[in-house]
Each structure stands twice: as structure tokens, then as C-alpha cells.
Design a protein around this ligand. Structure first.
Ligand SMILES: [Mn+2]
Length: 314
């Protein structure tokens, strides 16, 4: 598997001493879990490794071993190798630097990946980057410890929507099983993903669900305004998970959740259950990207509610 890329990656890693691993903006379980797992593995190989994420980790990921070691200020000149994980495009790293400054390895599974690295290992069939990472860590000859196993299983678990999404296959479940056998703390992962909601987060979800409409094009649409975040003292990352409910309506072709942020942008997230729809293309129309069944974009602007009045004759 990935023989050529793995060889190139190993060569770059073996000749480097200071290595930076970068997760994407708005970090999720996959970009975070694969980052911390690789960091521990490379530390076993006597490398100096630093994990970077521009944005803070959501509460549900703060239990991960090493979660408190992420740095948010990055200078490429402090390193001789940079590894980007789960970033479909270089802007997803949210660190502005010359991509040619140092050797850059790009490991990802988004079909829209822009191949911005010197070595690009992009496998759109992989359920998560954590799946690729499982094989890479073994290839590098590092040991999958219980903490590495917990990090990788978190990536698999979250990117498959708790093994519910269509990217879940026999390989994914086999790797998950191996990770549990190697000591991954599955109970802790589930507890942190599903039993760590605050009451105001549920109220935010309530607003999203209340505003959901199935439009004439067969899309389920809902929206969140900046004011919602202020009223409830919650953050955009508190929306994580609610979109799965919008995506649960059988007659809906796909769903969209539009959310204003505090910087004057609108973030759109798409999900579908339909095999015929490619959401990465739809998101591409707005300058975004992603997977066939899960994609998103960010555009500057504000949301405006449109009220439609109809005459009902009596
Ligand atoms: Mn991912």
C-alpha cells in the first residue's frame, strides 16, 4: 500500500531532525488524532516533533494524549520538514508561509486535494487520514502504543460519523478492531464525543432544528446567526454534530447548514445520503471543497431571512 509515497516520506523523515506537523483550521478528530499519533511515533524514532493547529481544539478532543501540546504560532524556519494532515488545500492550514520554504509532505483523503506538497499522499478511498496513518506508523517501524491507538481510533470514529457513514468498510472496521486490541480507549472516545454536551450547546442545536426547512429543490436548509452564538454564549465549534440530524430526512436530497461567524463570514456545510450527488463539486462553486458526501465553504457576508407570504383562500 502506498509503496512509493511511503518510501519518499520515510526518506524525508529520516534525514530531518526538527519536524512540524500541521492540522487544519477548525480541527476535527481526524486531523487532531492523526497529528498526535504521528508525533508520538516520530518521537519514538528520536525526532524533535511539534504539533500545530491555528484554532483551538474542541472540548470533545481535549482528552487526547498530548492535546495540550499544540502550538498556534508557526515559523517554517524552525523546522527542516513540514507535514500537513487532512488539509485539502494549503489555506486549510491557516498559517501563511512559503510552501517551498522547507520540504512539505501532504497526507490527505479529500478528493479535492490541491497536491500542494513536495510529496502528496492523497487517498480518497481512505475513510480518514488516521487510516493512512495506521499503515504509515507501522511502515516507519514505530510501535502503536495505547495512546497512539486512542488517537487513531478517534480519527476513524469521528470521520465515519461513529462508523455510520458510507465511508465505513471492512478495512476501516478491521483497523478499528486492531486499534482496540492495541489498547485504544474506545469508551473514553465515545464518552467525549457524545456525553460532553453543555446545555447551551443543546439550545443552539434546538434553534438549528427549529429553523430547518425542506425547500422546493429537495434540500434541507437551516441557519445560525451571530446573535445565536452571543445569546447562548456558545462557539461555532458547538455546532459539530447537529448536521447529522439535518441529514437524516429520507426525502431530502442533501442538507445545508449556514452559519455566520464573528468575522463577517458565512460558513456553509453540506451533507448528503445520496450516492448520485457530489457535494465537493457544489461546494467548489462557492470556493470550498471536501468529500462527495460531506463538503463545505466559507464566503464573506451576512445571512438574511426570507419570509414568504402566501394567500390562503377561505
Ligand atoms: Mn479527515
Amino acid at each position: 500500500m502506498y509503496d512509493l509515497e511511503f518510501q519518499q516520506i520515510r526518506n524525508l523523515i529520516m534525514t530531518a531532525s526538527n519536524i512540524a506537523i500541521i492540522s487544519h483550521k477548525g480541527p476535527d478528530g481526524d486531523t487532531t488524532g492523526s497529528n498526535l499519533a504521528l508525533k508520538e511515533a516520530l518521537t519514538q524514532l528520536n525526532k524533535n516533533v511539534t504539533s500545530f493547529a491555528k484554532d483551538p481544539l474542541p472540548i470533545g478532543l481535549q482528552f487526547l494524549p498530548g492535546a495540550d501540546t499544540f502550538l498556534s504560532e508557526f515559523n517554517p524556519h524552525d523546522f527542516d520538514l513540514i507535514i500537513a494532515l487532512d488539509c485539502g488545500a494549503s489555506y486549510m492550514m491557516k498559517f501563511d508561509f512559503d510552501l517551498k520554504a522547507k520540504p512539505l509532505i501532504n497526507i490527505d483523503h479529500h478528493p479535492s486535494n490541491e497536491h500542494f506538497g513536495q510529496v502528496n499522499l492523497v487517498d480518497e478511498k481512505a475513510a480518514a487520514v488516521s487510516e493512512i496513518m495506521y499503515f504509515l506508523i507501522e511502515y516507519l517501524g514505530a510501535k502503536i502504543t495505547p495512546s497512539i491507538a486512542t488517537c487513531l481510533l478517534t480519527g476513524l470514529y469521528t470521520d465515519t460519523g461513529s462508523f455510520k457513514h458510507s465511508n465505513t468498510n471492512s478495512l476501516t472496521l478491521k483497523i478499528a478492531s486492531n486499534l482496540i486490541a492495541k489498547g485504544a480507549d474506545f469508551k473514553k472516545i465515545v464518552k467525549n464525543q457524545f456525553h460532553s454536551n453543555r446545555v447551551n450547546q443543546l439550545r443552539l442545536w434546538g434553534r438549528v432544528l427549529k429553523r430547518a426547512r425542506l425547500n422546493e429543490k429537495g434540500a434541507t436548509v437551516s441557519a445560525v446567526m451571530e446573535k445565536d452564538f452571543e445569546d447562548l454564549n456558545v462557539k461555532p465549534e458547538d455546532l459539530t454534530g447537529v448536521i447529522d440530524y439535518l441529514n437524516s430526512i429520507p426525502d431530502s436530497k442533501f442538507c445545508i447548514l449556514l452559519a455566520e461567524d464573528q468575522k463577517g463570514n458565512i460558513k456553509g456545510s453540506f451533507r448528503t445520503q445520496d450516492n448520485e450527488i457530489d457535494l465537493s463539486q457544489i461546494a467548489g462553486l462557492f470556493g470550498g471543497g471536501g468529500h462527495k458526501k460531506a463538503a463545505g465553504f466559507t464566503v464573506p457576508g451576512k445571512l438574511e431571512e426570507e419570509v414568504v407570504w402566501k394567500i390562503k383562500s377561505s
